[in-house]
Design a protein around this ligand. Structure first.
Ligand code: F6R
Ligand code: ZN
Length: 192
């Protein structure tokens, strides 16, 4: 991993799993305890199966400011009650670090907010590049009915992750299936 030389990898279609990666992380329903607003549906679903929600293939580098960590995030389609499957979401531990996402497959949103309470929910579809500025927490949401939401990401090696803040307060905005399609609503349980 510590090669001082340039390196390449490919993202072969159709699965887009990197030809080289260092970590494969799988996150299941149980990892998002307290995050889906319909807690009854969450408990019922979890009692049936600890469903796999998403996977991350990470190409690791030393955790240094001059390095970039990159990889692929694959978020599977599905809902808990009316709320679409989503990632845990996080601030970076070094708050002033940004991230770039490039959407390769599927449809969805990036839900974001900053410590000042400003929010932004940006659509993701193939070919779109999304810039997450420093200090903005981010969570991806898959709204495709059948397809995975697949994104390539890159962020500074020293960024780290703060999951605890979001675990406590959630995000201010939720992405749900409404009467007439996809809706972005205020989180009734959001407390800051
Ligand atoms: C890294 C980053 C992505 C996410 C991935 C899974 O800073 O934003 O690689 O880590 O989409 O989401 P989390 O980490 O929130 O479970
Ligand atoms: Zn991040």
């Amino acid at each position: 991993m510590n090669t001082p030389y340039p390196f390449q990898f490919t993202l072969p279609y159709p699965d887009l799993i990197p030809s080289h990666y260092d970590h494969h992380i799988q996150r299941r329903l149980s990892a998002l305890k307290g995050q889906f607003f319909d807690q009854e549906s969450y408990a019922a679903m979890l009692a049936r199966e600890d469903t796999l929600l998403y996977e991350v293939y990470e190409v690791s580098r030393p955790h240094l400011p001059g390095e970039l960590l990159s990889g692929i995030s694959i978020l599977h389609p599905g809902k808990v009650g009316r709320e679409f499957f989503m990632t845990k979401g996080h601030f970076h531990a070094v708050l002033e670090t940004a991230e770039i996402y490039y959407c390769l497959k599927g449809e969805g949103f990036m839900v974001m907010e900053n410590p000042q309470g400003e929010t932004s929910v940006e659509p993701l579809c193939p070919g779109r590049v999304l810039y997450v500025p420093p200090a903005w927490a981010h969570r991806s949401v898959c709204t495709s009915r059948q397809q995975d939401l697949v994104t390539f990401f890159a962020y500074p090696g020293n960024a780290g992750h703060d999951y605890g803040t979001i675990e406590k307060q959630g995000f201010a905005k939720l992405v749900v299936e409404g009467e007439s399609g996809i809706e972005i609503i205020d989180n009734p349980r959001w407390n800051k």
